[in-house]
Design a protein around this ligand. Sequence first.
Ligand SMILES: Nc1nc2c(ncn2[C@@H]2O[C@H](COP(=O)(O)OP(=O)(O)OP(=O)(O)O)[C@@H](O)[C@H]2O)c(=O)[nH]1
Ligand SMILES: [Mg+2]
Length: 749
Amino acid sequence: MGLKAIRLYQEDAEKFSSVYVTRQQVMVVGEKTVGKTSLCRTLKAKEPELASRDDRTIVLEETVLQELEAGVELRFTDFGGQRLYKVLHPIFLRINALVLVLFNLELYETNCEHYFKSVGFWLRKIQAKTPGVTIIPVGTKGDTVTEEKAEAKAKHVFDHAKNYVKIYRKNLENRLEEERKKLRTLLQTDPSGTRSGSDLLANIKKGIERLERMQGSILNVQKPVIISSKEFHGVDELKKRILQVAETKSCALPENWYQFAKLIAERAKKDDAMYMPYAEAKELWDQATPSKKSAPTMLESIKVLLTSPMHGKFNEEDCEKFETVLTFLHRWGAILWYVSPRLKDYIFHNPKKLTNFFKAVFDHDMETTLAAKRRRRGFPEYTDVKFEEEMSWFKKKGLLTKKLLQGILAADFQGVDLDTMFSLLQHFDLCYEVRYMEQPTLYFPWFLFQRLPDDVQQLWPKTMEPGVLQLTVEFHFITVVPPSFFERIQVLTHSKGPYKQLPRRDWSEGFYMSLGDVKVFVERFQYHNDGVLQVSVRGKDLGKLWEELKTMVTTMQGLLDQCPGEACNIYYICPGCIRSQVDSARAKKEEWTWMCTTRPDDDVAVSGRLVAGATSVPSIPCYDNAPVDEMIPACLQYPEMYNEDMYELVREYLSSPQIKQESSGECTNQEAANDQGSSLDPSSHHHHHHYHHYHHQHHHYNTTYCTHNNINNCQYVQVGNGNIMERVPEYLSEPPSDVEHWDLDTDPR
Ligand SMILES: Nc1nc2c(ncn2[C@@H]2O[C@H](COP(=O)(O)OP(=O)(O)OP(=O)(O)O)[C@@H](O)[C@H]2O)c(=O)[nH]1
Ligand SMILES: [Mg+2]
């Protein structure tokens, strides 16, 4: 991990005299007009200095505060709070940053919805991108409410934030325990790992390692501070708290490192370029590193910056040492530099210029900008009809062809390699490159404000046609689907093979596509405390359905590896239950990995559930103790069992009348168990969640969302193998508007 880097640092520190400069990055985030800019100005001026009412921050502003007494330089990044800018934070967030999450005491109401919108949202987002950073919630405009009210609101925020951290940690523990148990069982029953397939074993081990890493990097949420920038209340107290955090992270820089940072900064002032090529930066580094000097070491302090459980790796190549410095300076806040192959060669040393670029790309009103440019005879190589076509892709699908975007940027960013900049955007999931209609195109999910298109109901009707089968897999995440996870799936399917004119629909919470014989429907929604991503395929040919579903799931599993801060459970919903439109709470679920890696014969041995049904081919019950006529062919449940010979059997099953399952005794009991919040089915290794409708998107939100205002009202329910899920914490009571894009607020475009 970072050890090698530390040793290098030590050598350097011995050779050169150290310079003690503590620099603390402070990210100021929160809803629009909460008072971010006012706070930064007030801190700088050391007296009240409010922003005016129409002084909206575009993208971001930087404020530098030199606290000479403390020997600390504070660098505030004040982000614009409007929804489009919310996607930009990850670029500037570094693992050693301190984040101030501002909430408006004047408007804050002590309920879950308010909490989630103003604070909870940020915690989740930050935990997902940069786990383990320190957060101070800040209640603003304290002058507008009484002291008691302010205290009560701050307490509400703090209680919920602590609760979130607690639940997150608890869920991690439970998952870890579950995985360890799985591993133990597996090793006992099958020590060589041959029967279950070594993949399963390796996967479980990998999962355990990741969960252990995650345990080491959980957000540190501090007690809130109440301030008023207007009356200068609490501002000094806040500064004191910031300096305290900075102190714990103070570190000395070897002089040559510091010199290098200075040379880069001077360069940025002089040449106005957006980035510096690697080779040029290396030259500066050589300049900054003269022969010998000696200096004390400051090992402990710098460790903080060079190691972290989630981001501990350094590249060990020829230029290793130089890259260590770059990594360090990135975390320290002097430059932006990313180790990904496509970006490695660029050192972003000019934050201003970079910010301008983001301002141009993340244009609130890109549509108008494009149209205006066209009116001024922009895009001369386009015919009107072509221009309108590409504009409609932008409006309906969030797809912007590179040509159009280049047309917008070219004049202001001459000499900038736009392809590099586009890579940077993609590196941060701000957009994705896809080929659309043979055009290199960038997909900006953030520009896609479209709600569920009307015709999706016809394309994916609630009741399936006769002979059609639906297979469904669900990815359940702790609290929310990780940022950008859904968008990336959306993107990966954009480039799906030869289907040029793919009939597809995209909206902010889902997409539908037709791949010839197979139709695919993907949707993101909240289910109690889980963020769920649901993938369904429909068609008549089971072989093809399995193929598509497996491809989708494999793709998504691959993406999961890129979300180190997340754990997830994957479930397969019984297709028999779906077909007979069983109430979602009672649909049977199987763990996907188990299903795919277990041969059904083993499963017979393990669970005894595989029985010969009415036909000569193995059938399995739709739910425990189901009568024979509610059996489904086992190949609907186990992909491994499907082969050509099953074709007729499945056809026969699909032509049988659909049984609408009425409440059977067993299921009712389960529901009762749900209501009491007790364990659902502890004896089984299969998780039976209480469940909501999956048949149609509109019903996802019919379930009981949080209506409790008091944290003490939040209940807990035990699901499956002791997986504690909090039933009612900080969720939104009316998801459609707020869950829309989970990181967008609801102001109109
Ligand atoms: N009463 C009162 N008003 C404040 C205070 N701080 C800010 N305001 C007012 O709130 C409004 C918004 O303040 P800003 O600082 O611009 O808010 P912001 O969070 O930077 O907003 P965006 O840049 O759009 O995200 C302005 O009209 C400020 O005058 C405060 O402490 N007390
Ligand atoms: Mg502002």
